[in-house]
Design a protein around this ligand. Structure first.
Ligand code: SF4
Length: 345
């Protein structure tokens, strides 16, 4: 196993069989030590902050794993106004955030003009900040319009690279080919692009995870977000087992070795399945955290999965709590946009 880690470190690649063995390993210190070393080599002790603004929990889609799915009639829905979103940015800027991530379900009531206006307002008020969008699958022209309005980055997890597995997690009208096409369009337009997948979704095999890594090698995203699958009671997967912490950490470390300069978050989902999940993610090579800037009154309503952490605290409290967590593992946050090395529009 040590040889596999060594080869990943030097060549950023391994055979399918070697990857399967690493993904499936019990805690293997050399993997995490190498991943930490690579993170340190490229980013020192710096961790980038992204201020997350969940501005709408309406969604027209019906993904089988997600509590925001349209069929979940018990979800209490909300939308933030343009002004409320800007107020979140005001608070975030004051707290030292220089990236704002605007996230929502696929909510048709926000037209392209609305998104462009929101992006434009933020970029006008805070030209030193990056705006990341995470609002789902759109046409090439929509993506282009947002980019021209000033959006810098776009997050769209591919969820699973296997078409067959994708179809088992989504209704028939959702197309894995289109999702990948969206990611390629985003790259073509010039966004810093984030992709990623869930670990432990129902039916997922080790081969599926290797396929995910191969797809990422082909896409070469700037950001890679992965988190454990966590079931939600109002979905068809309510009684499925949650994804494994160990396997998710193994994959974070493997991703760090395969994509040394990528921006990899220690996700809230990791913190949800284990009280020290985010710290463990950072020690496995992650270098981004995404505290919540949404107004406290809506936090509990944005629940793609259950028992999500950090839903009761003001942004400032979240910020202080995270700082302490970073310090506990010898890291610190920086007031910076945190672009992919060498890439800035
Ligand atoms: S995963 Fe995204 S697109 Fe799917 S139902 Fe949830 S919010 Fe909507």
């Amino acid at each position: 196993m040590k040889n596999i880690v060594r080869s990943l470190f030097f060549t950023r690649d391994a055979s399918d069989d070697e990857l399967r063995r690493l993904i499936d390993s019990e805690h293997f210190d050399p993997l995490f030590e190498r991943a930490n070393e690579v993170r340190h080599l490229h980013f020192g002790d710096d961790v980038y902050l992204r201020g997350l603004i969940e501005f709408s929990n309406y969604c027209k889609n019906d993904c089988f794993y997600c509590g925001l799915r349209a069929s979940n009639r018990s979800a209490v829905r909300y939308r933030l106004t343009h002004d409320e979103i800007l107020q979140c940015c005001d608070e975030g800027y004051r707290l030292g955030f220089r990236t704002f991530v605007l996230q929502s379900g696929e909510d048709p009531s926000f037209k392209d003009e609305d998104i462009c206006q929101i992006v434009h307002s933020i970029k006008t008020k805070y030209p030193d900040c990056a705006v990341t969008l995470s609002i789902g699958e759109k046409s090439y022209n929509s993506y282009l319009a947002y980019f021209q309005a000033g959006a810098d980055r776009y997050l769209l997890r591919h969820e699973t690279a296997s078409d067959e597995h994708y179809r088992s997690l989504h209704p028939q009208n959702m197309d894995p080919v289109h999702r990948k096409e969206c990611l390629r369009n985003l790259k073509k337009i010039g966004y810093q692009v984030g992709s990623g997948f869930m670990v432990g979704t129902p039916g997922q095999t080790l081969d599926n995870l290797v396929q995910d890594l191969r797809f990422l090698q082909e896409l070469e995203p700037h950001m890679i977000g992965i988190g454990p699958f966590i079931p939600h009671g109002e979905t068809p997967f309510a009684h499925e087992a949650q994804g494994s912490l160990q396997r998710t950490l193994n994959l974070v470390a493997i991703l760090r070795l395969m994509f040394p300069q990528a921006l990899i978050p220690a996700t809230t989902a990791l913190g949800t399945i284990d009280p020290r999940g985010r710290e463990l993610g950072l020690q496995a090579g992650a270098n981004v955290v995404m505290p919540n800037l949404s107004p406290v009154r809506v936090r509990k309503l944005y629940t793609p999965y259950e028992n999500k952490i950090c839903t009761g605290e003001e942004a400032a409290q979240c910020r202080r709590c995270l700082e302490r967590r970073l310090e506990s593992v010898g890291l610190h946050s920086v007031v910076s946009r945190g672009d992919y090395p060498g890439v800035r529009r």
